[in-house]
Write a protein of this length. Sequence first.
Length: 297
Amino acid sequence: MAYRIRRKDSKAQTSLRRIAREQVRAAIRGIDTTAGDTADAIHDVRKRIKKIRGLLRLVRPSFDGYRDENAAFRQIAALLGPQRDAAVLIDTFDRLVEGASPTGSGTFASVRRQLLQHARAIAEAHDPGALLRATRAALQDALPRIERWRLADDGFDAFETGLESSYRRARKAMRAASAHAEDEAFHDWRKRSKDHAFHLRLLQPVWPGPMRAIHACAAELGDALGLHHDLAVLAAYVHAISDVDTGAVAALETRIRLQQREPATRAGALGARLYATPPHALAKSWRRRHAAWQRER
């Protein structure tokens, strides 16, 4: 089940429907085969929905149903967001304090108890099993809609404007993050870069070897920006805690800001490579490669 266009797909619309259908069915299978580990199932469903939304952004200018379908899949993912976010907070905290001195670890333990309490409260308020059942029903409802999706354009015309637009937004977000170094700017860059990474995967067949290398760069950039974002979310949570020693909070915030420097620096270097080509030139080069790929029929 490849997340990419295929030459044997008769139209761009065929690729759109097939890829979305495969991701939805895989998400449903993941839910159906969950053996008590709801966390893994939630993570898998959210990952597949992100892929579908990345696909939709690629064809957005040619797809009249984009707004409604993007909102529908965003809502499905939102059902599962609090569960996943609570788990990520704890994982990020554990990585942050790893290797801390015994005194520091003892001080930070009170914060970890708060995180665990937060996760338990989320689990009690949102039963994971019930959430997955509701998610499955929503995904099942999406399948017949996918079979009615229509694109106004075909061939590379269906992809070009969405590709160029997403790439341009990612470059703009990179410049904003570099200029302001604010958490929100890095988060926006992360979202825009994920779109481009999805598009690289979807269009990989037009130039397989080089595209794999470019996607590897995009994936590494996503990891760096993801770590930066996880630390930013933890910083916001820690800052909002009211009944924990203020010294522990200040120490954690300092560690967070220090640890954000490395992924920010790495992201800057990777982004400079990944977004070196102007958007219009990138779209034109991909159009030529797509045409060459199609001629191989």
